[in-house]
Every structure is written in C-alpha cells, then in structure tokens.
Design a protein around this ligand. Structure first.
Ligand SMILES: Cc1cc2nc3c(=O)[nH]c(=O)nc-3n(C[C@H](O)[C@H](O)[C@H](O)COP(=O)(O)O)c2cc1C
Length: 346
C-alpha cells in the first residue's frame, strides 16, 4: 500500500495502545523496545506507537510517553530504529488529552476513572468547557492563549516525531480527547469563535491538523483517528464528520481511522467486529483512505473488510495476546513468511 512517498508491506497494522510505562521524563523505556520490537518482527505493515503527549499537561497519566523534550526525541529515535530494523514502518500517535488528563494508570489502585490531584503529582486539566469527564477533575476553560499554546505544542511534537525518524504521524482525535471535545456539542459549550455552530466546533480540530502539517514534511503521511459519530442524540453526527473530514483532506490528511462513541461513558460501545466500517463509504468519497479497529480476532475478517470496505485495519488486543498475530493471519508456509531466525521452529 502506498501513502505519499511511503510503501507499506501490508494493510494490517498495530493499533496504538498505551503501555503507561514511560520513564520519569516521559521517554520510551526498554519495555517499549521489547513490546514494539516483537510486534514489528511479527509481520505488521505499520507499528503505530501509543498515544504520545504533546505537552506535560496533555498526558492522561504520568506513565504516558511525550514528544516535547530532546531527551524524549533521543529515546523515540531508538524505538523508531528498532521498529524499522526488524521490518516494519514506525509511526507515532500524538495525544492531546484535555479533560481526560491527570488520572491513574489502569493497574494501580486508583485507575483511569479516578483523578490524580496536583498535590499527588497530577495537574489541572484544561478543556473547551468546564465539563468533567466522568469522575475526573473539572477542567479549566481554555483561553485563546491556551489554544495557541496547545497548537504550538502540536506543531513542535510533529517536528520532533520527524526528527526521531517516524515515517507516519498519527493523532488520537477520537475517544473523547481534546480534538473530539472541541468537535462535539456535548463537550463544547463555547460561545466564541471556537464553538457554537459547526463551523466553530470544527475550528480547533482543523487548526490541529494544520499545526501537524506545519511541523511534518510534505512527503510523509498523516493519519487521524476520527470520531465519526458520538452515537448519542444531541452529539456530533456523521453529517458533522463529513464536514470535518472534508476539511482534514484539504489540509493534507491521507487516512481517516474511523472511530465512534467514547466521548462520555454513557455512549453505546461498538462491540461488533468491523462495526465502524459502515461509515467508510461516505468518507472515501471525500478523497481520503480509511482504516478502523475493533474486535478483529480472525484472519477471515481481514479479507471481509480489506479492500472493499476499508483500506487497512488496526489490530489491538489480539496483538497484545500474540505479537505474531499478523504472521499467523497471513498463512502460507512459515518458512516463506516468518523471520529466518525462527525457521527451525517449523
Ligand atoms: C491497553 C489499551 C490501550 C489503548 N491505548 C490507545 C491509545 O493509546 N490510542 C488509541 O487511539 N487507542 C488506544 N486503545 C484502543 C485500541 O487502539 C483499539 O482501537 C481498541 O482496543 C479496539 O481494537 P481491538 O478490539 O482490536 O483491541 C487502547 C486499547 C487498549 C486495550
């Protein structure tokens, strides 16, 4: 598959999945080298490294990776090199958590629905409007200066991702992160230019895309995980998403990674395999490539969806369970497809 100047060996990709295992400087550790290295050797066409924050207050937890410092760039360079050297394409997903920031990691006794206060090493979340996510802290309303600052953080992180050697730049634009918070009328109650009607709600997401493009070389692709509907009355709709995606395409987005729901815990959770592919046809008409993720566990589902419904699939939990999921899904003779170091196993 081609994306701008890049050729990918296949259309089965590692979905970005937070490991909450950054060091105290927000940099990748040996865990990330081992985890992503195994999956890169496991036959995926692209490894999308987990949500990586554009600024300290845009992390979800203290274990999140970041791309705001030189130290982080150096550690990411090692990670991108490992992914490339064992045969995959290194990509990184930028993260801007907004009101979903400053919570516990999943395995500690606080968990992701519990806020971590500034007194306990957390920070004050900021968001379009002072509406908290579930049990997390009430966010401070972003000022025009905050918005400018975050857009600058996005551009710097894009530049840093390029300097670290990543080939594809992603963004967590869905799952109720800041891009989604501005886009959805359920999280954006602003009455200034950054909210109100659809044009106002699109202003920040489209400015984020422009900032990513400004810091990222023209010949390298952009992939945005996009909230195509909130799946709730009064939430963002597929019609809204068509406007969003048309604007994203104009600003140089190559591929839309279709997501739905997840702005608030009450939203229905798509749980059927390939459920989000039903939105792809409308988006493809706007001149973007499409991918999605969700409950794919079987190689037959890949053939069902690619290329008729979507151009590629991100595989998440199945690849946490098995780093060689993609090689098994490919089938054929293992000695034609598996790393030569493993041929004696067959
Ligand atoms: C442990 C874990 C961490 C995740 N972290 C991220 C993330 O950093 N960014 C993101 O966009 N999605 C994240 N997700 C969602 C996955 O990328 C994927 O979209 C979702 O799990 C559905 O696909 P699956 O059924 O193949 O796992 C995470 C999921 C899991 C299980």
């Amino acid at each position: 598959m081609r994306l701008r100047d890049l050729t990918l060996a296949n259309r089965v990709w590692l979905s970005p999945m937070c490991q909450y295992s950054a060091d105290e400087h927000g940099a990748p550790t040996d865990w990330h080298l081992a985890h992503y290295g195994a999956r890169a050797a496991g036959g995926v066409g692209m490894v999308m490294v987990e949500c990586t924050a554009v600024a300290p207050d845009m992390r979800t937890t203290v274990g999140d990776l970041g791309l705001w410092s030189e130290r982080q760039v150096e550690a990411h360079r090692r990670l991108a090199d490992v992914i490339r050297s064992v045969g995959s394409v290194p990509a990184v997903q930028l993260g801007i958590a907004g009101r979903k920031s400053s919570h516990g990691v999943p395995w500690d006794n606080t968990g992701t629905r519990h806020p971590v206060s500034p007194a306990d090493g957390g920070w004050q979340p900021i968001a379009p409007s002072p509406l908290p996510f579930s049990g997390l802290a009430k966010p401070r309303t972003m000022t025009a200066e905050d918005i400018d600052r975050v857009l600058g953080d996005v551009e710097r992180s894009a530049r840093n991702a390029h300097r670290a050697g990543y080939e594809i730049l992603g963004l967590q634009g869905a799952n109720g992160y800041l891009f989604h918070q501005f886009f959805s009328p359920l999280a954006n109650e602003r009455t200034d230019a950054w909210g109100g009607d659809l044009e106002g709600r699109l202003r920040f997401p489209l400015a984020v895309v422009a900032a990513m493009r400004a810091g990222w070389p023209e010949n390298k692709p952009l992939v945005i995980r996009t909230p195509v509907t909130d799946l709730l009355d009064a939430g963002a709709t597929v019609d809204d998403a068509e406007e969003l995606v048309a604007g994203m395409a104009e600003r140089g987005v190559d591929l839309v990674d279709i997501n739905s729901g997840a702005l608030v815990p009450e939203a229905p959770r798509p749980s059927q395999p390939l459920e989000n592919t039903r939105f792809a046809a409308r988006l493809r008409r706007l001149g973007v490539l499409t991918a999605t993720s969700g409950s794919v566990t079987d190689a037959r589902q890949l053939h069902e969806a690619i290329p008729d419904s979507v151009d590629a699939l991100f595989i998440g939990r199945a690849m946490l369970r098995d780093p060689y999921w993609a090689l098994r899904a490919r089938g054929g003779r293992p000695t034609d497809t598996w790393p030569k170091q493993y041929h004696r196993a067959f």
